[in-house]
Write a protein that binds this ligand. Structure first.
Ligand SMILES: CC(C)(COP(=O)(O)OP(=O)(O)OC[C@H]1O[C@@H](n2cnc3c(N)ncnc32)[C@H](O)[C@@H]1OP(=O)(O)O)[C@@H](O)C(=O)NCCC(=O)NCCS
Length: 189
């Protein structure tokens, strides 16, 4: 599956670890502490293009092996094919890396692309993709560190419902938001 979903200005597609332009786009984003600091229990800043390429290869291979349409995808601007970030739809692990049966949407943008609404647009597309892909899923969640105001603002703009703090995922305390199928996409704004 090359293209995963498309929104008004962007498309989500598989990362291409063999394409130097993709590796450079990922590296611009994941070598930046202002982006990486918000990602997971032990954020790792990429130190070289080679490390980035290996990381992208591992993630893409794991996504392809699952073959269920979930994963971390490159977010490409349709107008000029520039990769602005990542968007994800995938199962949430607990603190031991074991799948919880809950699925999340998420977004990472290179800093130069903040402030254009790309994350909100991609998040809406990812929710649509997720509900379409998994007809039995009643809800899709999003989580962020409670002090990650920009990510929480994306969840608010998407019309997701704030549930509260949780320690259920990744072994960290995070703010949990939820989009329920029954009220999606009526309040997607
Ligand atoms: C979280 C993150 C993706 C949010 O990025 P963002 O640019 O703030 O969010 P959006 O792309 O939805 O853009 C919204 C902003 O664009 C503005 N905007 C401009 N044009 C817009 C348009 N056409 N549509 C919607 N919003 C638009 C909005 O007014 C808003 O501005 P504000 O920040 O001044 O309120 C980004 O901060 C990031 O990558 N952080 C690091 C990684 C991270 O934390 N990921 C989440 C982990 S839980």
């Amino acid at each position: 599956m090359a293209n995963v979903f498309e929104t008004e200005r962007c498309r989500a597609r598989r990362w291409r670890p063999d394409d130097p332009a993709d590796v450079e786009a990922a590296f611009r984003m994941y070598s930046d502490w202002e982006v990486v600091r918000w990602l997971g229990a032990s954020p790792v800043v990429m130190a070289s293009l080679e490390e980035q390429r290996e990381r992208l290869t591992a993630r893409t291979e794991a996504d392809e092996a699952r073959g269920d349409g979930t994963g971390l995808f490159a977010l490409e601007r349709v107008a000029d094919a520039v990769v602005v970030g990542s968007v994800l739809f995938k199962e949430l692990p607990d603190g031991y890396g074991i799948g919880t049966g809950d699925f999340e949407v998420g977004w990472h943008l290179a800093r130069e692309f903040w402030g254009h609404g790309y994350a909100t647009e991609a998040g809406r597309g990812a929710l649509q993709h997720g509900f379409g892909l998994m007809p039995d899923l009643d809800a899709i969640v999003a989580i962020a560190f409670p002090e990650n105001a920009r990510s929480l603002a994306v969840m608010e703009r998407l019309g997701m419902e704030r549930v509260g703090l949780t320690r259920k995922y990744y072994g960290v305390e995070a703010m949990l938001y939820e989009a329920r199928r029954s009220s999606w996409p009526s309040h997607a704004g």
